[in-house]
Design a protein around this ligand. Structure first.
Ligand SMILES: CC(C)(COP(=O)(O)OP(=O)(O)OC[C@H]1O[C@@H](n2cnc3c(N)ncnc32)[C@H](O)[C@@H]1OP(=O)(O)O)[C@@H](O)C(=O)NCCC(=O)NCCS
Length: 142
């Protein structure tokens, strides 16, 4: 991802989460973390932000254009990050997900993520606070 992608990323972000990151948050994350886009003939179809700390990666945000969901793009993007882009020297991936976000939880489980714990009231939402599942997936040999 580069700065020129941020308008398209923002357009997906704002329709993908109950409390989306504002443009400023996306700009700051692009500077502070690693960020990736998946493009097809229709332009940017999906994106992800990740934070790497030594042998750990934290998936901060992932979203697919709503018009292009259910076609394997979310799995394709995350699998490529885990198996290729961020495979070297990484032993474990972490993420938080809303307990109500069944599509995302199913995606993560299909890639080998397991539930570690529940973070109570982790998320803000239009209907009050919501718990997060903390999930992890071991990827390295160590
Ligand atoms: C979660 C998200 C990234 C999945 O992307 P996607 O491209 O639609 O998912 P894929 O087509 O790659 O599907 C991969 C797997 O996810 C699960 N899945 C995807 N959509 C689903 C749905 N509507 N209901 C249940 N499971 C679903 C399935 O396990 C699916 O595997 P299968 O097709 O073999 O059954 C997408 O729904 C999205 O952008 N959601 C809004 C943002 C978000 O919630 N991000 C995660 C924050 S933690």
């Amino acid at each position: 991802m580069d700065a020129g992608d941020l308008d398209a990323v923002h357009a997906i972000e704002r329709v993908s989460h109950p409390t989306p990151w504002p443009m400023k948050g996306l700009q700051e994350s692009l500077q502070a973390h690693a960020a990736f886009v998946l493009e097809d003939a229709g332009g940017i179809a999906a994106f992800a932000f990740v934070q790497r700390i030594l042998d750990e990666v934290h998936l901060l945000d992932i979203a697919v254009d709503p018009a292009r969901r259910g076609q394997g793009l979310g799995r394709d993007l995350l699998r490529r990050l885990m198996d290729e882009e961020l495979a070297d020297g990484v032993n474990i991936w972490f993420l938080e997900v809303r307990v109500s976000n069944h599509p995302a939880i199913a995606l993560y489980q299909s890639l080998g993520y397991n539930e570690l714990s529940v973070r109570r009231n982790y998320y803000e939402g239009p209907d009050g606070r919501e718990d997060a599942l903390l999930m992890a997936c071991s990827t390295g040999m160590g």
